[in-house]
Design a protein around this ligand. Structure first.
Ligand code: IMP
Ligand code: MG
Length: 176
């Protein structure tokens, strides 16, 4: 895909406001309960950094996973594996996964199953963008920043071939 232009989809100001709202929802839901927030690298890094800093709750631990998937074009043969797992033991913990975007749902379906098997006390998912058009597995996003119908987006952590992650807003790629 050759990039013709980037078209703004979510502005810095829109993102800042929505992240503050999500943080307030998360604070309200967990109250005083200690929480483990897990960032899904690399795409969620910027969303994660802003979200955890917007939380008022003091008792939060941060950890990171990196996943890779093969056979992406064919759901039936698709496998997801850990490139990097969390260090914290999740048994009996309230766990909040923070992801950039849910597309087919396969990546988060894998991670939710893995963490559930470790006996997390609760398991919830926050995603900056919930892209529903290509959903293949039923995944519930507990805290969704924005819904998106179509398009491939970049910026604010999201990449196209490792580019554009550093952009402070979210843009749709318009191909030539
Ligand atoms: P899923 O398993 O299909 O839900 O894959 C989700 C992953 O695909 C995300 O974590 C992103 O890394 C990537 N992805 C899906 N849609 C987009 C997009 O529009 N822009 C950038 N990355 C995307
Ligand atoms: Mg990702």
């Amino acid at each position: 895909m050759k990039v013709k232009e980037l078209k703004i989809v979510f502005s810095e100001e829109q993102i800042r406001r929505r992240v503050a709202e999500l943080a307030a929802e998360i604070d309200a839901l967990y109250g005083d309960e200690p929480l483990v927030a897990v960032c899904v690298l690399k795409g969620a890094c910027i969303f994660f950094a802003d979200l955890v800093r917007a939380l008022k709750k003091p008792n939060i631990e941060l950890d990171f996973v990196r996943l890779s998937s093969y056979g992406m074009e064919d759901a039936s043969t698709r496998t997801v594996t850990f490139k990097k797992d969390v260090d914290i033991a999740l048994q009996g913990r309230h766990v909040l996964i923070v992801e950039d975007i849910i597309d087919t749902g396969h990546t988060m379906d894998f991670l939710l199953r893995q963490f559930a098997a470790r006996g997390a006390k609760s398991l919830r998912l926050a995603a900056l963008v919930d892209k529903r058009e290509r959903r293949e597995v039923d995944v519930t996003t507990d805290f969704a920043g924005f819904a998106l119908d179509t398009g491939f987006i970049v910026g604010y952590g999201l990449d196209y071939a490792e580019r554009y992650r550093q952009l402070p807003a979210v843009y749709e790629i318009i191909p030539e």
